[in-house]
Ligand binder design. Structure first.
Ligand code: SDX
Length: 429
C-alpha cells in the first residue's frame, strides 16, 4: 500500500493528511489526526464516503458491477466452487487444496449438531414468532454453551468459534423453521453436503425418507455463495463494531443477524416478494412504478437500488439464472410472480427516473421467487441470508481481531442539542 499526502484547508488552517492507496479501488484520506489538528470532525452519517477499515476479503466496483471474493470474480466462484470452499476462501484468503477442502468439509460437518439443551430454548417462543427473532436469540445463546471458544485472544479458539458458527447456523435456522410449523426438529446427517443437509433439516419428516434433489441443493449452495460476503455492509459493520469491544464472536454474529433483519438490508428479499405479491399482475406495475418515483410516497421498489452498485448487481444476474433453473426443475411454468418481476425490471430499467438514479435490481429481487418455489415461507428468506452471510461476518470479524492496529470503534457527532443550562427543580417549573 503506497501513501502520499493531501492537504485540507479551512480559514487560515491547512492540514496535511496521508493518502493511502490500496491494491485496487479508491484511495483513502487518513483523517485520524484531523480533530487533533483542527478541532473538527468529518460528518458522513450514512458512511457514503467513509472507509471504516482496511480489508483484504471482498472488493466491489459499483460502477462496473464487479464483486470479488479474495480477488476471484463471484461468477467464477458460483460456477466452479461450492459454499464451504467459499467459506474457506473468505476465512483463509486462498482457495483450498483438495486435502484442505476435505479436511475443512469434515470439520464443519462434525460441528453441525447443537448442544441438546438448546433445543429446549426454542420452547420459550410463540409458534408464530418470526424466525429472525428466534435466530437473533439462539445465535446469541450459543455463547452460553461454548465457553471453550470465546477467548478471542486465542487464535485456536477464534477458529473453533468460526467453524462452530458456520456449521451450526443451518441447524438453528432449520430448527427455527420447524418450530414455527410445529414439526419435530431434524438432526443433521454427516453424509450430506452443507446445502443438502439444510434442505433435509428443513423439509424432512419422520414419516418418510427425504430425497435430496441435486438441482435444488446445488441451487441453494449457489445462493449461499452469492450471499456470503459484501464488504462493509450494514450488518458486517455491526459485527465489526460489536467485535471491536472484545465481545465474543457468538454475540457479534447475533448483532449482525439483528441488523440484517431490516427491510433496507437483508430483509429486502422478504419485502421484495411481498411487493411482487401486492403488485399481483403485470397490469398493476405502472401504478407501483409511479409510487416508487413519488417523493411524497415512502414506497420503494424492494430489491432495487444499492448504496454501492450503480450498475447491475452481478449477484442478481446469477440469482435470475438460478431462479429459472429452480422453476424449471420444479416444473413451475409461468410463475405469476416471476412474470411480474421480469416485466417490472424491464419497465424500471427503461424509465428515466431509475436510469438517472442508477437503480438496478439487487440480489434480493429474484431470491425471494426462488426460495418460495423451493418451499421456504417468506419469513425464512432473511434467515437463509443470515446463514450464508455468517461466513462473511466471521471472516471480517477475524480480520478485525487480528489487525494489530485494531481499537474499539467509537464515532463522534455533530451536537445540535441544548447548550449548557442549569437544572430547574420540579417546584420551580
Ligand atoms: C442489501 O450494503 C450492501 O452491500 C447490502 C447488500 C449485502 O449484500 O450486504 O447488498 C444486501 O441490503 C441489498 C439492498 C436491499 N435493499 C433494498 O432492495 C431496499 C430498496 N432499496 C433502497 O432502500 C435503497 O436503494 C438502498 C437502501 C438499498 C440504498 O439506499 P441509499 O444508498 O441510501 O440510496 P438513497 O436511499 O439515498 O437513494 C438514492 C436515490 C433517492 O432519491 P433522491 O432522494 O436522490 O431523489 O434513489 C432513490 C431514493 O429515493 N431510490 C429509490 C430506490 N432506492 C433508492 N427509489 C425507488 N425505489 C428504490 N428501491
Amino acid at each position: 500500500m503506497s501513501a502520499t499526502t493531501g492537504s485540507f484547508s479551512i480559514d487560515s488552517t491547512t492540514v496535511e493528511m496521508p493518502v493511502k492507496t490500496g491494491s485496487i479501488g479508491p484511495a483513502v484520506v487518513d483523517i485520524g489526526k484531523l480533530y487533533a489538528k483542527t478541532g473538527m470532525f468529518t460528518y458522513d452519517p450514512g458512511f457514503t464516503s467513509t472507509a471504516s477499515c482496511e480489508s483484504e476479503i471482498t472488493y466491489i466496483d459499483g460502477d462496473e458491477g464487479v464483486l470479488l471474493y479474495r480477488g476471484y470474480p463471484i461468477a467464477q466462484i458460483a460456477e466452479g466452487g461450492d459454499f464451504l470452499e467459499t467459506c474457506y476462501l473468505l476465512l483463509y484468503g486462498e482457495l483450498p487444496t483438495p486435502t484442505q477442502k476435505r479436511d475443512f468439509d469434515y470439520r464443519i460437518t462434525r460441528h453441525t449438531m447443537i448442544h441438546e439443551q438448546m433445543a429446549r430454548f426454542f420452547q420459550g417462543f410463540r409458534r408464530d414468532a418470526h424466525p429472525m427473532a428466534v435466530m437473533v436469540a439462539s445465535v446469541g445463546a450459543l455463547s452460553a454453551f461454548y465457553h471453550d471458544s470465546t477467548d478471542i485472544s486465542d487464535p485456536r479458539q477464534r477458529m473453533i468459534a468460526s467453524m462452530r458458527l458456520i456449521a451450526k447456523m443451518p441447524t438453528l435456522a432449520a430448527m427455527a423453521y420447524k418450530y414455527t410449523i410445529g414439526q419435530p426438529f431434524v438432526y443433521p446427517k454427516n453424509d450430506l453436503d452443507y446445502a443438502s443437509n439444510f434442505l433435509r433439516m428443513c423439509f424432512a419428516v419422520p414419516t418418510e425418507e427425504f430425497k435430496v434433489r441435486p438441482t435444488l441443493s446445488r441451487a441453494l449452495d449457489k445462493i449461499f455463495i452469492l450471499h456470503a460476503d459484501h464488504e462493509q455492509n450494514a450488518s458486517t459493520s455491526t459485527v465489526r463494531l460489536a467485535g471491536s469491544s472484545g465481545a465474543n464472536p457468538f454475540a457479534c454474529i447475533a448483532a449482525g443477524v439483528a441488523c440484517l433483519w431490516g427491510p433496507a438490508h437483508g430483509g429486502a428479499n422478504e419485502a421484495a416478494l411481498k411487493m411482487l405479491t401486492e403488485i399481483g399482475s403485470v397490469d398493476n406495475i405502472p401504478k407501483f412504478i409511479a409510487r416508487a418515483k413519488d417523493k411524497n410516497d415512502p414506497f420503494r421498489l424492494m430489491g432495487f437500488g444499492h448504496r454501492v452498485y450503480k450498475n447491475y448487481d452481478p449477484r442478481a444476474k446469477i440469482m435470475q439464472e438460478t431462479c429459472h433453473e429452480v422453476l424449471n426443475e420444479l416444473g413451475v411454468k409461468d410463475d405469476p410472480l416471476l412474470a411480474v418481476a421480469i416485466e417490472l425490471e424491464r419497465i424500471a430499467l427503461s424509465d428515466p427516473y431509475f436510469i438517472e438514479k442508477k437503480l438496478y435490481p439487487n440480489i434480493d429481487f429474484y431470491s425471494g421467487i426462488t426460495l418460495k418455489a423451493m418451499g421456504f415461507p417468506v419469513s425464512m428468506f432473511t434467515v437463509l441470508f443470515a446463514v450464508a452471510r455468517t461466513s462473511g461476518w466471521i471472516a471480517q470479524w477475524k480480520e478485525m481481531i487480528e489487525d494489530p492496529g485494531q481499537k474499539i470503534g467509537r464515532p463522534r457527532q455533530l451536537y445540535t442539542g441544548a447548550p449548557l443550562r442549569d437544572y430547574v427543580p420540579l417546584d420551580k417549573r
